[in-house]
Design a protein around this ligand. Structure first.
Ligand code: GDG
Length: 461
């Protein structure tokens, strides 16, 4: 039987999932039926990695992983993927560090992935590759003779041609994506930017959603990712009783909770957010001692210099805000770099009066959707959302802000804290309807439809 084979840099083997902050396993849950396969890096470094993937079976799904050498991983992951591609695709040219040897390592790891995957792939499999680590994988699989349906989804934003051209290997990367049958982006804007790049940089022909290059046709479309809103809402309701959530609730002593939840990443706009919170307390003194801001930001990518610098900056800003505004019985800003269990997170969203989601750029941002799903209908909180998160395309009833303007964020938090119940309910009804409709399942279904593959549950029926 034809299988769906998911490929991503890291593989969330179920027992490891407990500590993982990323949501890909949740988003793709509908595809993880018996018989499917997930392929990627094991997370281990070894001197002589085998091209024969290690196979682990869990609930009928095969997790196939390979090790990488330390040097290849450094060039691929730290160097090119996160040192060059991530900043470029988040519009941060000043942080892009391109080195030819890193790009060579990126290609080498993609070639290793293709060769190892080739050892377990069957001719009628459908391959769905994920994210900026794997742009060349499709081309390399085709070169090896794989002829099955081949799709790629980019979780992060895409940039217009004038910006992409700063990447010395821009043409190669765009051509690589044109080797897939289907390429999905989070928003229509990113899909349009990619088609423009294919036309401007490579002279490809664009016909509606299709890009034609060297006789091949690729469908390039927007497929916004969603969450399993129903089960997340149930989890949030259940978790309000969770011990940790209750402790946080008790510690508020009736104050309003504002919450931010982000991997510690410079794309998430954390320094601006902290500065905005300082401005709020400065310009709207009535909120002093009446609000508590909790920022959960698990550390990530600490191998990359920029991420270490960010942490030092956030430590400094937290100290400054708390030093300036704290009272003996009130700490304005609580900031934790530890990951919270998912259930606790759901409960914390539910008791929060304001969700603050202000990335400078974000492909989608699932936290915005989780916050909405978790809110109680009778007395909902308010979402403050960056106009540069993909989520803002759909969630227009949130308080939409420009994340580069700390005063605008401060005004929006003030508006959220003082918004009448009736208006909060109206906004929540509209937002909730959208989050419950644009589910993770709908996202998978649209992508497989585009690839001409049926959803696994339908195959079984
Ligand atoms: C990329 C794109 C796109 C965070 N802290 C904890 C925790 N999380 C969870 C959140 C959410 C997930 O991690 C983060 O997802 P985001 O969408 O916000 O951001 P990225 O990690 O940057 O993801 C992004 C996404 O891919 C999907 O396509 O939306 O634009 O950048 O689910 O809740 N989870 C737990 N503890 C934490 O402390 N358990």
């Amino acid at each position: 039987m034809a299988r769906i084979v998911i490929v991503s840099n890291r593989v969330p083997i179920p027992k490891a999932r407990v500590t993982a902050a990323g949501g890909l396993a949740v988003a793709l849950r509908d595809l993880l039926v018996p018989g499917s396969m997930w392929f990627g890096w094991s997370g281990r470094l070894s001197d002589e990695p085998s091209l024969q993937p290690a196979l682990v079976e869990a609930r009928g799904v095969t997790y196939a992983t390979i090790d990488l050498t330390r040097e290849a991983h450094r060039a691929f992951y730290v160097g090119f993927a996160n040192g060059a591609l991530w900043p470029l695709l988040h519009f941060r040219l000043g942080l892009m560090h391109f080195r030819r040897e890193d790009y060579a390592g990126y290609l080498e790891v993609n070639a290793t992935f293709a060769a190892a995957l080739g050892n377990v792939l069957q001719p009628d499999d459908t391959v769905w590759a994920h994210d900026y680590h794997l742009l060349p994988l499709g081309r390399l699989l085709r070169k090896q003779g794989f002829t099955g349906p081949l799709g790629f989804f980019l979780h992060v934003p895409f940039v217009p041609p004038s910006m992409l051209e700063a990447m010395p290997v821009a043409r190669e990367l765009v051509a690589d994506l044109c080797s897939y049958d289907v390429v999905g982006f989070q928003t229509e804007e990113h899909a349009i930017d990619f088609r423009d790049c294919a036309h401007r940089l490579l002279g490809a022909t664009v016909e509606g959603e299709y890009v034609r290059l060297n006789g091949r046709r690729t469908r390039v479309f927007a497929d916004p990712i969603g969450i399993d809103a129903r089960s997340f809402a149930e989890e949030a309701e259940r978790s309000v009783g969770d011990k940790l959530v209750q402790r946080v609730f008790g510690s508020l002593s009736g104050r309003a909770l504002a919450i931010g939840v982000d991997r510690m990443d410079y794309s998430k706009g954390l320094p601006n957010r902290f500065e905005a919170y300082g401005r709020l307390l400065e310009r709207y003194p009535e909120h002093r001692s009446q609000i508590s801001f909790l920022q959960i930001c698990p550390r990530s990518r600490e191998e990359v210099d920029e991420y270490r610098k960010l942490r030092a900056e956030l430590d400094r800003l937290t100290g400054r805000i708390n030093g300036r505004f704290s009272e003996f019985d009130w700490t304005p800003l609580r900031y934790s770099t530890r990951a919270a269990p998912r259930a606790t997170l759901a409960g914390l969203y539910r008791i929060a009066r304001v969700g603050v989601v202000t990335p400078l750029r974000d492909g989608m941002n699932l936290v915005a959707k989780e916050f909405i799903a978790a809110q109680p209908d009778e007395d909902p909180g308010v979402l403050v959302l960056s106009k540069f998160a993909g989520a803002a395309q759909d969630l227009g009833e949130a308080l939409i802000v420009n994340p580069f303007d700390p005063d605008a964020i401060a005004d929006a938090i003030h508006q959220a804290l003082t918004m009448p119940l009736e208006e909060r309910r109206e906004r929540q009804v509209a937002l909730k309807a959208k989050v419950f409709e644009a589910t993770a399942s709908a996202y998978c279904q649209r992508f497989l439809d585009a690839l001409g593959t049926s959803m696994p549950a339908l195959q079984a029926a």
